[in-house]
Unconditional design. Structure first.
Length: 192
């Protein structure tokens, strides 16, 4: 149950700190699902940071269907292992340590290529377009020395080159802020 408690605590903190709306998963809002883009929400309390990353699976695995090959299964395993060991954000000096992490992938349910042939071809382009899969990663970090002027960075874009833009929102006792990161700009200053 540690995963559930951590996920609930993270979601509660984010909502309690005033995020009006958490981006909906693609199954609920197809317009929110855009390859190359992801959202990172951060809740700060003293030296504790809770994170919620929402991204199309394509950005992090290279595909959006249940893994079918050994290579695809390895890609998912690699993502899960990386997220369990690597903070999504860190101070420039690497002071943050991961205290909990969970990864959830919601595989698309309308994928027409479901591994067998019925003797006919599928022509429903809408079903193919709506077969989105999303990744949700929650993490809790302990970041000693965290202060208003702390500069944070992410290793997401160097690790996952299909991720072109990361929308970051943070909130804490001193206020809130937002920025947009790119492969050329993976750092931001925490203004609480």
């Amino acid at each position: 149950m540690p995963f559930l408690n951590s996920a609930l605590r993270t979601a509660s903190l984010i909502m309690a700190f005033g995020f009006a709306a958490i981006p909906a998963l693609a199954s609920d809002n197809p317009a929110a699902h855009q390859h190359g883009h992801a959202d990172l929400q951060i809740a700060i309390e003293n030296e504790r940071i809770d994170l919620l990353l929402l991204s199309p699976a394509y950005n992090l695995t290279g595909f959006e269907h249940k893994p079918r090959t050994d290579e695809q299964r390895q890609s998912v395993q690699s993502l899960e292992s990386w997220a369990a060991e690597t903070p999504l954000i860190n101070t420039r000096g690497g002071a943050c340590s991961l205290t909990s992490s969970a990864t959830h992938i919601s595989w698309g349910t309308m994928d027409n290529d479901h591994g067998h042939d019925h003797g006919h071809k599928h022509h429903d382009k809408h079903a193919q377009r709506t077969a989105h899969a999303d990744v949700e990663i929650t993490q809790s970090l302990n970041c000693p020395g965290l202060s208003e002027g702390t500069r944070l960075e992410t290793s997401l874009m160097p690790r996952f080159p299909d991720l072109e833009h990361l929308n970051v929102q943070w909130v804490g006792p001193q206020g809130q802020g937002a920025t947009r990161l790119s492969p050329a700009n993976t750092q931001f200053q925490l203004n609480r």
